[in-house]
Each structure stands twice: as C-alpha cells, then as structure tokens.
Design a protein around this ligand. Structure first.
Ligand code: NAD
Length: 378
C-alpha cells in the first residue's frame, strides 16, 4: 500500500476528498494513519477497452472512496481523450513498457488490470512489485498456477488483492445470500444458473483466441454461473461433471461455445450451470425446501430484477455495480472492512473451471473437488 505522509496526503486531499462526516467515528484499521481514511484512493486502469470505458471509468465518477487517478494504455491516441474527460494529469499516464515506473507515483493506490485474460498475471504481479494494491478482472487468470503467482506476489509485496467480481457488491446478489443464510424458505436443495450472451462479432476478437482468453464462454460468463451456484447454495461444490456443445463449430474453433455442468454440493444438493457465447441467458433460480427465489436478469449490469415464491418482488434502487465494487475494495484498504472478492476466491473459481474442462476432456467424468480448506464459501 502507498504510504501516506503529510505531503502526499495534502496532495491527495485536493484530488479527491471524502466528506469527513461520512467517515467520522469509523474505527481506524491497524497501521492506518487518520488521513488515509478520509481521502479517496487513486485508481489506475490498465487497459482502456470496452469495460474500462463503458463501466469502470463512469462508475468511478460517483464513487465515494476512490477516483480515477491514472491510466495505463498501449494506444497513445487514447491518452488525450481520457485526460480531458477525467481530468487525469499527464504524470499519471503510463504505457505497458514504462508501467513499472508507477512505483514512484504516490497518486496511485490501486492498479486495476482490465486486459485480456492471459495478460492478467503479468500486470497484477508488476503492480504488486510496484507496491500498489491490485484489482484483477475476472477470470482471475488462465490457470490455477497463475492465480497462485498473483496471490504470492501480492502477499510478498504486502498489498491487497481483489478480483473484479462486481456481483459480490450487488444488493440483489446479497439478498439471495441473505435468504440462503437465514433459511427464510428452509434449506436449499437445487440451484440453476445461466450466464450466456451471443458473442458472434469479429472472429479475430481476443475472446475467441485461446492464447489470449484461456477458454471461451466458461472463462468469460461461466465464472458468474460458478459464483451464483456457490452463493445460491452457501457452500463450495464437492465435485463437478460437465459437457460441451457447439452449433457453430466452424466459428467457435479455438474456444468453447456452450458448456453445461452439474455441481454436487454437500448433502445431495445439486447446482446446474449453463454458459454460452451463442445464446442469451441470464438467470439464477434457487429452490429451497419451502419455496424459491429467482433473479432474472441476474448477472448483467442492471437494473436487475427478482422475485420469491412468497410473492415478493426483490427490488433495490439501481446503482453502478462497478462503483459499489471499487468502493468496497477501497473501504477494505482504508478501514479493514471485509474484502468481498479476495484473490483466493478467484483461485477457487479457477480450480472449478479447470475441473470442468478436465471433465469435458474425460467424457463427462465426475471430478472431485477439494475446496474445503479454502475458507471461501460465497
Ligand atoms: P476489450 O477487448 O474491450 O479491451 C481489451 C483492452 O486490452 C483494450 O484496451 C486493448 O487495447 C488491450 N489489449 C492489450 N493487449 C491486447 C491484445 N494482445 N489483444 C487484445 N487487446 C489487447 O475487452 P474488455 O471487454 O474490456 O475485457 C477486458 C477484461 O475485463 C477481460 O478480462 C474481461 O473478462 C473483463 N471484463 C469483465 C467484466 C465484468 O463484468 N466484470 C465485463 C467485461 C470485461
């Protein structure tokens, strides 16, 4: 974490101050100086593609605990537009080559890696070595081994690490978690989650290039379905079996088009996963002993919608999920509040992803999972 001294604190205050009444009375986290809680943390986005441009940067405009302080881009033509739109000083602009110099920049507290999946590990590790807290987009990496190296680099550097799981900060998701935790309708015995969208644009896009994506629909949307199966049951799966399908094999040559998987949970509870790059589906259904709850849509940017068997609509005011997610991580750094999507959660999901691909390779064989000691169950 960037050390805040009087000089840098003063500078940061002018860049983005949080209302002091908001944070007044909050306990100080161990090792924090008081000023660090009262300022907004500076985020640098690495990779200015559609997600950074359309969701993350706009989400940061109204964030309470963080702001867009810098950018890292391989496309010089984007610099001017971003500098003007978000009031970013030239000193806070980097490219992929000089990125490591960010170590000297006190205005940047968090580096958010929003690059193609196979580039996550390299840039998260470089960010950690530069002493910056890290947010790594989902899927965390293209293998469990890479997840381990990101986690290790952050631990060694003593910086915080989070995965870009925006749903963990979303109120609809948290309402499902509450119904599961409080057993409002009794125990869960079946969950079904679909996460899919039609992605048939440019056949040369990185998402269809295995070397850059690490996989297709499962790596892209399937991780949402894995996540919602887990928070829909409130527990980690103990095994998984999976199947792959394709109606357009000539287009989806290098990556999976459609995957279904069945996750077995303790006590005979079962979860169904459907993910695809060639269908639209966006739903979570949780069946309890005495009722059910449904979110539809469930994984998109919102507004989401939900209902339960009791006739209740699940409804919350719409807010940017990305804003909530980045604010939650900034609060975690500033106050020691829980990290809602720690690196180990991204690693757990990658263990499940690898098991799903293994099952497909072995003709749908059931692959046992040993996630019991990971301590992450939602
Ligand atoms: P994108 O294609 O729109 O942007 C990718 C960015 O990476 C571009 O700025 C591009 O210039 C840069 N880049 C650098 N090297 C590249 C290379 N070799 N090939 C292609 N691009 C290269 O992608 P995106 O939709 O912004 O996705 C980026 C990351 O964000 C992915 O990991 C994706 O899974 C994740 N994402 C997450 C969500 C979410 O809801 N959490 C949504 C969208 C994307």
């Amino acid at each position: 974490m960037t050390v805040i001294n009087r000089r840098t604190f003063g500078k940061k205050l002018t860049q983005g101050m949080v209302g002091t009444t908001l944070l007044a009375g909050m306990p100080l986290a161990c090792g924090m100086v008081s000023g660090q809680q009262e300022k907004k943390l500076g985020i640098a986005l690495v990779g200015l593609g559609s997600y950074s441009k359309g969701q993350l940067a706009p989400g940061l405009v109204n964030a309470e605990h963080c702001y867009l302080a810098g950018i890292v881009t391989g496309t010089p033509a984007k610099e001017k537009e971003w500098m003007e739109r978000y009031n970013i000083p030239k000193a806070n602009i980097y490219n992929y080559e000089n990125f490591d110099e960010i170590v000297k920049n006190d205005a940047i507290d968090i580096v958010y890696v929003v690059l193609p999946n196979s580039m996550h590990a390299e840039f998260c590790i470089r960010a950690a070595k530069a002493g910056k807290n890290v947010i790594c987009e989902k899927p965390m990496a293209v293998s469990v081994a890479e997840c381990d190296s990101i986690i290790e680099a952050c631990e060694t550097a003593g910086v915080k690490l989070s995965v870009g799981y925006r749903m963990q900060s979303d109120p609809y998701t948290n309402e499902i978690k509450r119904l599961v935790r409080e057993k409002t309708f009794g125990d869960v015995h079946y969950v079904s989650s679909d996460a899919a969208y039609i992605s048939r644009g440019n056949p040369n896009q990185w998402r269809l290039n295995h070397a850059l994506s690490g996989g297709g629909a499962l790596m892209n949307m399937g991780v949402y379905s894995i996540q919602s199966n887990i928070y829909g049951t409130g527990t980690n799966p103990i095994s998984v079996s999976a199947q792959e399908f394709s109606t357009m094999p000539e287009y989806f040559k290098g990556t999976d088009e459609t995957i279904t998987a069945q996750m077995q949970f303790p006590n005979g509870v079962v979860g169904n996963l459907f993910t695809s790059h060639n269908a639209n589906a966006n739903r979570l259904f949780v069946n309890f002993r005495k009722g059910w709850a449904e979110l539809n849509p469930c994984h998109s940017y919102g507004p989401l919608a939900g209902r339960t068997s009791a006739g209740n609509e699940i409804k919350f005011p719409h807010q940017s999920q990305q804003m909530l997610q980045m604010d939650d991580f900034a609060k975690h750094i500033k106050t020691g509040s829980p990290n809602l999507a720690p690196g180990v959660m991204g690693k757990r999901d990658m263990i499940i992803v690898e098991a799903i691909y293994q099952s497909i390779k072995e003709g749908g064989k059931t692959i046992p999972l040993d996630l019991g000691t990971m301590g992450i169950v939602s």
